[in-house]
Design a protein around this ligand. Sequence first.
Ligand code: SF4
Length: 353
Amino acid sequence: MRPEFATSLARAAAGRELEREDIIALLGAAPGADADALFRQADDVRARMAGEEVHLRGIIEFSNYCRRRCYYCGLRADNAKLHRYRLMPEDIIAAARQGAELGYGTVVLQSGEDPWYTAPILAGVIREIKKLGVAVTLCVGERPREEYARWREAGADRYLLKHETANEELYARLHPGMSWQERLQCLIWLKELGYQVGSGNIIGLPGQTLADLADDLLLLRQLDVEMAGLGPFIPHPDTPLGGEPAGSAELTYRVVAVARLVIPYAHLPATTALGTLAANGRQLALTRGANVIMPNITPTEYRPDYQIYPNKICVNEGPEDCRHCLEGMVRSLGRRLGRGPGHTLKQFMAATI
Ligand code: SF4
């Protein structure tokens, strides 16, 4: 084991707060003994902090229109090849009802940044879905503070807004017309409004370093997030980054494992993007720190068009198929499905320290 890696892992094992240099050393774990030791430790912390439950969050991708032009994303406004769709409010509510009937305790409403869904329209959708007795997570991008407040009043529990990268210069290069500071401001508003906040990054962006990834994890700790989505970069051919190499599954596992040590109380999904990059990617992530899966409950006919990245898995199955498949996956790992909404783990953390 490399000495600096061993020292940093020992600090983590002792429950000490990890410094930037520790995080870089852990992210750089060599394949074999070092990486295995990191994964074991992350799994131990996951078991202590999050238990054996894997929470399923049913996700409805209700619109693939987007006003933004992020360089890595197939939904970007400039992608004229993409067939666009919008689900009407009653169809979103029907999909949520199906998710609730399948036993999902949380419904995630995700879209591109689509102003067609005004604050009152989405507030009405949220109010109807809350009648189903599920938690509601929103993931609809940057909006004015008043709109976030209105949706919170309507009953939304959580908001997911990935910071994408903590490297401001890299952020500026990949997000024309957007501002890293404005994104951070949105995250601060969401915290102030009492949302359980999720953020996260993309792993393997062109030009990104281990130090950048360490800064991502430090930012997540600073923001005190309840959830972190940590997914690999997968190039989409109809975007400016279409010719770049994909991020690595191995590095993504390490980021998930180190995240479990840096923000031990956070819900960490085994992302669909990781499952797309590596056939058993989600299973491995669940044994290396992750504790959440986000099955797709979008009506099957629309799924192929929600193409942030290409060749996404689970686009041809129906919602019931995904439910059974994921239940089998969770049980095969000796874990069990979470019950109820699966809210923040922070209360649990306070009780165990
Ligand atoms: S990453 Fe989000 S905001 Fe950017 S183009 Fe894609 S859907 Fe739109």
